[in-house]
Design a protein around this ligand. Structure first.
Ligand SMILES: [Ca+2]
Ligand SMILES: [Ca+2]
Ligand SMILES: [Ca+2]
Length: 452
């Protein structure tokens, strides 16, 4: 009985030994993978439990109800974590309440750079994604207030930089203004002294400022806008102009209110000057009240020849133009009367001594009275003379008294007794000769023979 049991035991021991050997071989083959394909029913590890746990993220900055500005980028930061066997794979951030999403940088600690552009409120959200494909739901979120921190701008459209403006003439400075960041232009200020003082302009997106320049020379015009959030343009807009002055001219001849003659050439003369560092480029004269102008000769001292063609009242005007093209305004002006043509020559209506008079004094004064006013410049020692018997001129002083139209000749020294002298007033067709006021008609009578 015992032997039977031992035999039986031995047989089974052999079978178990073979089975164990097979198991070892198959294990080795399985380990090396030779010639065998793995299959689920051969895998020895248990299937892992699926990660169904969603990751989480939180926003650490900005905090809820925080205030940010359009003027500065906001670094949104936060943290994220996962459970359930996975890890945080990525984090997304939305700054528009979840409408659009952007990848953040980092995972367990993450950040996202945001540049707010419009004032108002924004809901920032973040959501994490784990390595198992689970996405945070609902996302973390904070709502912040965005302030308009963006400065407004303005530009100056007129005058243009480099322009020349004129003292005494209002300059309309115009420009535009605009704002970003959610505000709008509230006001615009203008400086015409390089920013030392500021004045309110009229208007905002289109604005104007009226300036009456008074100081000659370069001027810096600036403008700066203020938005509805209190942000001020910096730096201001800026242009440079030159303040110039108009030139001036005066008419020195003829004298206002005097008469000139039809058909008689009149020399209109005057002066001109400029201010503001410029010079007089030309002077223009009008003899028709300003309807038409013609260039005069000369600048600082100028002249213009005019021959009136018809009697009447005439307004003569002159205007200077400076080297930058500024025209005198208003022009200088005088009124003159153009008289009818003078066709009557002057005559000598009386003289003393009389022709052929004897025994005059040796200091005798010769007196000549004319029929009309004479051009005093033509009554002188060259036209009123005393000649000795040889025809030589006796030294004498000649003068003209306009009120009495009288010429006088006083010999400088005593005359010689018993000698015949001749007094002569030169007329005729050639100079030197005495002339009436108009210069055209000459004396036809001439001389007195005097005996001493
Ligand atoms: Ca997970
Ligand atoms: Ca703004
Ligand atoms: Ca000038």
């Amino acid at each position: 009985m015992t032997r039977v049991f031992q035999r039986f035991t031995k047989r089974y021991a052999n079978i178990i030994g073979v089975l164990l050997g097979l198991a070892v071989v198959s294990s080795i083959l399985l380990y090396s993978g030779c010639g065998m394909t793995s299959s689920p029913n051969i895998r020895t590890n248990p299937t892992p439990t699926p990660d169904n746990v969603r990751p989480t993220s939180i926003i650490t900055f900005p905090t809820a109800a925080g205030i940010v500005s359009t003027s500065a980028a906001v670094n949104i930061t936060g943290t994220a974590s996962d459970a359930g066997g996975g890890t945080v794979q990525s984090v997304q951030v939305s700054v528009d309440g979840g409408v659009t999403w952007n990848p953040a940088t980092g995972t367990s600690a993450w950040s996202f750079a945001w540049s707010p552009t419009l004032a108002g409120h924004a809901t920032i959200k973040s959501r994490a994604l784990d390595t198992s494909g689970n996405q945070q739901d609902p996302p973390a979120e904070v709502t912040v207030t965005i302030q308009d921190g963006t400065r407004p701008t303005s530009t100056i459209t007129s005058p243009t930089s480099g322009a020349i403006v004129i003292t005494g003439t209002a300059v309309t400075i115009t420009g535009t203004g605009s704002d970003t960041g959610g505000g709008s232009v509230q006001s615009v200020e203008v400086s015409v002294d390089g920013g030392a003082t500021w004045n309110p302009a009229t208007g905002t997106t289109a604005w104007a400022y009226f300036w009456s320049p008074t100081t000659l020379g370069p001027a810096t015009i600036k403008s700066r806008a203020l938005d509805t959030w209190g942000n001020q343009q910096d730096p201001p807009a800026e242009i440079h102009v030159t303040v110039d002055a108009r030139p001036t001219s005066t008419i020195t001849s003829p004298i206002a209110g005097t008469s000139v003659l039809t058909g008689t050439r009149v020399s209109i003369t005057g002066t001109a000057s400029d201010a503001g560092g410029g010079t007089v480029a030309r002077v223009e004269v009008s003899v028709d009240g300003g309807a038409t102008y013609s260039a005069a000769v000369g600048t600082d001292a100028w002249s213009f020849n005019w021959t009136p063609s018809a009697p009447g009242q005439v307004t003569i005007k002159s205007r200077a133009v400076d080297n930058t093209g500024n025209v005198q305004d208003p022009p200088a002006q005088i009124d003159v009367t153009v008289a009818p043509p003078d066709t009557t020559p002057p005559t000598i209506i009386s003289r003393f001594p009389l022709d052929g008079e004897n025994t005059v004094g040796i200091f005798k004064t010769v007196v000549v009275d004319f029929s009309e006013a004479m051009d005093s410049a033509t009554v002188n020692g060259s036209t009123v003379e005393l000649l000795d018997p040889s025809g030589d001129t006796v030294p004498a002083t000649v003068s003209y008294i306009a009120d009495s139209r009288r010429a006088t000749l006083d010999p400088t020294g005593p005359l010689s007794p018993g000698t015949t002298y001749m007094a002569r007033v030169k007329g005729g067709d050639t100079d030197p000769r005495v002339k009436d006021c108009c210069g055209f008609f000459q004396i036809r009578q001439r001389l007195a023979r005097l005996r001493f």
